[in-house]
Design a protein around this ligand. Structure first.
Ligand SMILES: Cc1cc2nc3c(=O)[nH]c(=O)nc-3n(C[C@H](O)[C@H](O)[C@H](O)COP(=O)(O)OP(=O)(O)OC[C@H]3O[C@@H](n4cnc5c(N)ncnc54)[C@H](O)[C@@H]3O)c2cc1C
Length: 575
């Protein structure tokens, strides 16, 4: 058995993981494990920007940002955490600038900012320019900048190590088990603390903006070890994915003046959100698009609408949205300067995840009891700063602010915590799972089960939900579980066995889909991204609370915990 020993390990090398590593490695021996080469992490695809109330182009305040975040999240946001995020956003953006991040600039040399959905001035009066950006490559620049800093600081990386298990002995975290992709060998990482920063789970759905690798591994790994998942019924659909492909067209396209139009060329968002129109929050815009399509106003009666940029100056499009112009030309053969872009809502972001407090410590019950040595930050975590619906630009803020706080907290923790002994035969559970997969002689393929899962989740548990459809989905999931037990791998080698890793990833997607659907069925109200057609109203009396889903053998058992409300009482959500 090969064992590596560190003070702390960080799983994931996206923005959250790298920021945490930078902080923690100042005072401790830290390793970063990533199934991808770090700069291939999904953070690198983020286009539109990172929200911070710098006030470079007009007056802005972190309190306004905090209010927008809470209202955008349909009041399910933990307000103490949102306050920390919006305050520290300003400082962290400057920190990134000082690390060398090449932001776009105003004519007088300040960081440029643009409007984004749901971000307003004076508590909802009008859109405000808050999103700090580097053209439409903001995430790419963040990831490259942080990776360079990590290299400079000598952080140890284990690239292309796929983590499959968390090690816990007597309720105390003591490491993780990973498969080295190149060799298929198992490795135990023995540590005092583990921070998960494994990103999202959009691959539950057929149409998604998420990379192939976003299979919710971190969430599923901790869930299988008895740790709950919070608010998994809230999954964000971004309004503008390229039709049939789901590839994202950033909200910045609307921030720069793009307009959504239906079959008759009408700017339909005027009917749904009179003040913010096309810049209303994503849940509202996605529902509006679905409604237009259902009522026969999709383009040519089909299931898409248009994103129109043709009235914008072509210089603006090429300077501020170069990458998305390129995507649209490459994938659709359309020049967005001349023709509108066919779009449909695309599965984009997991608001739910591993419950944490604002120091990224994982909390495991209704009383927010922290599990010593276990941390989570970024999209796999739920702090909860996004509540029932995340605003654009707030994920990049979240990963940077809470990645930083988590890294610092982990760095402090390992100074005083002893290294716990490993459980006997730490790799046994993983070895057994691998052997079962290799030995199975069934007739099922990973790809076919995954395809069915994604199509059914898209159909039954996406933008609109009903009890009947969710029930059907649970039955389908039972069937898919059954089929999974008959999976037969074609590749029986150990080196670069991607089929084996995809079998693990599918297992995770099945697990998380079950949590999502069970949590969604229980929540009999509509709030943020969770829209129940059979319960169309928000119900604060019964449902102003977070869901905690625990694994209970083959089933999911649910508990609830209160929302932290400090400054802003829930109001009707009008835009
Ligand atoms: C196309 C697109 C555009 C976006 N644009 C914006 C935007 O403009 N503004 C904004 O705020 N948000 C945006 N978002 C959302 C935001 O980019 C993500 O939520 C955020 O970057 C997630 O960062 P992360 O560090 O949590 O995870 P990621 O960047 O996804 O990184 C996850 C890491 O975990 C590792 N990992 C995963 N599983 C394992 C495993 N089993 N073992 C080892 N390592 C593992 C991966 O290798 C990777 O390094 C966008 C998202 C997409 C998909």
């Amino acid at each position: 058995m090969a064992v590596h020993e560190f003070d702390g390990i960080i799983i994931g090398a996206g923005g959250a993981g790298l920021m945490a590593a930078l902080q923690a490695s100042k005072s401790a021996k830290i390793a970063v494990l990533s199934k991808l080469y770090p700069t291939r992490s999904h953070t690198g695809t983020a286009q539109g920007g990172i929200g911070a109330a710098l006030g470079n182009l007009e007056e802005d305040h972190w309190e306004w940002h905090m209010f927008d975040t809470i209202k955008g999240g349909d009041y399910l946001v933990d307000q103490d955490a949102a306050e920390i995020m919006c305050r520290e956003a300003v400082d962290t953006v400057y920190e990134l600038e000082h690390m060398g991040l090449p932001f776009s600039r105003t004519p007088d040399g300040k960081i440029a900012q643009r409007p984004f959905g749901g971000h307003t001035r004076e508590f909802g009066k009008a859109p405000v320019q808050r999103s700090c950006y580097a053209a439409d490559r903001t995430g790419h620049m963040i990831l490259q900048t942080l990776y360079q800093q990590c290299i400079k600081q000598g952080v140890t990386f284990f690239n292309e190590f796929h983590v499959v298990d968390l090690l816990v002995q007597d309720g105390v975290v003591c490491g993780a088990v990973a498969i080295e992709i190149a060799t298929g060998e198992l490795y135990t990482f023995h540590a005092k603390a583990v921070l998960f920063a494994t990103g999202g789970s959009g691959r539950m759905y057929k149409i998604t903006s998420n990379a192939l690798t976003l299979t919710g591994d971190g969430m599923a790994v901790v869930y299988r070890r008895g740790i709950p998942l919070e608010d998994m019924e809230f999954f964000q659909f971004h309004p503008t994915g390229i039709y049939k492909m789901g590839i994202l067209i950033t909200e910045a396209a609307r921030g720069e003046g793009g307009i959504l139009r239906n079959n008759s060329g009408e700017r339909f968002m005027e009917r749904y959100a009179a003040t913010l129109k096309d810049l209303a929050p994503r849940d509202m815009v996605s529902r509006a698009i679905y409604k237009e399509i259902r009522e026969g106003r999709g383009i040519g009666g089909k299931d898409y609408v248009h994103l129109d940029l043709t009235h914008l100056d072509s210089k603006v499009i090429h300077a501020k949205l170069p990458d998305i112009t390129d995507f649209v030309e490459t994938y659709m053969g359309i020049d967005p300067v001349k023709s509108p872009i066919p779009i449909q809502p695309t599965a984009h972001y997991a608001m739910g995840g591993i419950p944490t407090n604002s120091d990224a410590e994982v909390v495991i019950d209704e009383k927010n009891t922290a599990m010593p040595g276990l941390y989570a930050a970024g999209e796999c975590a739920c702090v909860s700063v996004h509540g029932a619906n995340r605003l654009g630009t707030n994920s990049l803020v979240d990963i940077i602010v809470f990645g930083r706080r988590g890294g610092k907290a982990l760095g402090r923790f390992v100074q005083q915590a002893p290294l716990q002994p490993l459980p006997p035969d730490s790799e046994k559970a993983t070895r057994d799972r691998i052997e079962r997969l290799f030995e199975s002689r069934g007739s099922e393929s990973v790809a076919r089960i995954r395809e069915k899962l994604q199509a059914e989740m898209m159909d039954k548990a996406s933008v609109f939900r009903t009890e009947g459809e969710l029930k059907k989905m649970l039955d389908i999931l039972r069937g898919l579980r059954q089929r999974y037990s008959n999976v037969c791998l074609q590749d029986r080698g150990r080196k670069f066995n991607m089929e084996l890793l995809e079998a693990f990833e599918l297992d995770h997607l099945l697990e998380l889909s079950q949590v999502t659907v069970t949590s969604a069925m229980a929540r009999q109200e509509s709030r943020g991204a969770h829209a129940r057609e059979d319960f169309p109203k928000r119900d604060d009396a019964k449902w102003l609370k977070h869901t905690l889903a625990y694994r209970d053998e083959e089933l999911v058992s649910l508990k609830y915990k209160p929302v932290s409300i400090t400054k802003f009482q829930p109001q009707e959500r009008k835009y």
